[in-house]
Design a protein around this ligand. Structure first.
Ligand code: PLP
Length: 406
């Protein structure tokens, strides 16, 4: 099999601006003129390649960004959206009709969980939440009404790993679509290459990397992207989560450095995970041999980009977690903030923030404990120094014992 390096695929694309600029020109227009009424009609019908009609449907900069993200994921096409949720929700509504069902991983981003659990029943679409690491349980939950199998490559916040190739085989066997949210693992994993039908990202996170905008993308076959954008029944076209051209321009520029950033995020996270585990802390990181899916994940990733920048630490209680996060922020070692993929380390307690949509009972069942802190490790230049400073905070709060020097 040809070695697929997503960063090379992005780099191979070449765009110039209107006046020979090294960046493509931003088309600052919501609507486009036509020299003839017939051309306008043909464009509306989808029969005039290269013509633009109205920016909710397509704009040049959104197409450039979509093309780069499709190249990164190895899919035929992509459609950018104004947020990650603006990518996820139309995909599910496009694939499911009243009476259809979804089988989803139970450990997913809280917003996606809430949409499936609380909103989709209004369309008479039911979701079965399963432990995605138990392939038998996944298959048992599929029935004749199931249309979608949904998971995150590395789940938010528990960092469970989905065996995408095996899930793709199950989806194929039952003639349903495998939809994968790859937000935590861009470049490291290419789910479409492992058999996923639709790959989604919240661009808000690592891909944009500067925490200055929200954004999303759906990467899939040309046919599915055309369906999403269909003027009569396309969920993206009709729900309207359109990204603004100025934003897609800035995200495309940030995408150019994603490979460098991912290597640094992964390297720093691996260093801290190993150190904290050696110190006796409860660390979850897919790069550690102690992670239940370490071997599986090592076989799935493009090793160059590592095991990613996300790590969790369980410090026992919510009080301790809050104390630690506040102290780390006071020492300027990161920010007490949701989201991820920033240059600075970000941390939050998912049970009371990004996963608070999940009822407490269910949080417990899936292993989401009170004292869990989710870290998005930053791009720190000297991670050894960061580690020493973080460790000092933990000693101060009695999370770690001071080391006895003999
Ligand atoms: N998917 C994952 C894994 C996320 O972590 C998030 C946001 O936190 C989303 C999707 C939603 O993305 P957005 O906030 O850009 O709508």
């Amino acid at each position: 099999m040809e070695h697929f390096n997503p960063a090379d695929k992005i780099q191979d694309l070449q765009y110039f601006g209107e006046f020979g600029g090294v960046n493509p020109s931003i088309s600052d227009s919501s609507t486009y003129t036509f020299l003839s009424a017939k051309k306008m009609f043909d464009t509306f019908e989808g029969n005039a390649e290269g013509c633009y009609l109205y920016s909710r449907h397509s704009s040049p900069m959104n197409l450039y960004l979509g093309e780069a993200l499709a190249a990164m994921e190895g899919t035929e096409s992509a459609n950018v959206a104004a947020s990650g949720m603006g990518a996820i929700t139309p995909v599910l509504l496009q694939l499911c009709a009243s009476g259809d069902e979804i089988v989803s991983s139970r450990t997913i981003y809280g917003g996606t969980y809430a949409f499936m659990k609380n909103m989709l029943p209004k369309w008479n679409i039911k979701t079965h939440f399963v432990d995605i690491t138990k392939l038998e349980a996944v298959e048992q939950a599929i029935n004749k009404n199931t249309k979608v199998l949904y998971c995150e490559t590395v789940s938010n916040p528990l960092l469970e790993v989905a065996d995408i190739a095996s899930l793709a085989a199950i989806a194929k066997k039952h003639n349903i679509k495998l939809v994968v949210d790859n937000t935590f693992s861009p470049l490291s994993v290419a789910p479409a290459k492992l058999g996923a039908d639709v790959v989604i990202h919240s661009l808000t996170k690592f891909i944009n990397g500067s925490s200055d905008t929200v954004g999303g993308v759906v990467c899939a076959s040309q046919e599915f992207i055309n369906d999403l954008k269909n003027v009569n029944n396309g969920a993206s076209m009709l729900l309207g989560p359109t990204m603004d051209s100025l934003r897609s321009s800035s995200i495309l520029k940030n995408l150019r450095t994603l490979h460098i950033r991912m290597k640094q995020h992964s390297c720093n996270a691996m260093y801290l995970a190993q150190k904290f585990e050696n110190d006796g802390l409860k660390v979850v990181y897919p790069g550690l041999a102690s992670h239940p899916s370490h071997v599986l994940y090592a076989g799935m990733i493009n090793k160059e980009y590592g095991f990613g920048g996300m790590m969790t630490l369980d410090v026992g209680t919510l009080e301790k977690a809050n104390e630690l996060m506040e102290l780390l922020q006071n020492r300027n070692l990161g920010y007490l903030a949701v989201s991820l993929g920033f240059y600075k380390t970000l941390f939050s307690a998912p049970g009371t923030s990004t996963s608070s949509e999940i009822p407490l009972e269910e949080q417990k069942e899936m292993g989401l404990s009170d004292g869990l802190i989710r870290f998005s490790i930053g791009l720190d230049n000297d991670i050894e120094r960061t580690y020493s400073l973080m460790k000092a905070c933990m000693i101060e709060l009695c999370i770690l014992e001071p080391q006895v020097v003999s």
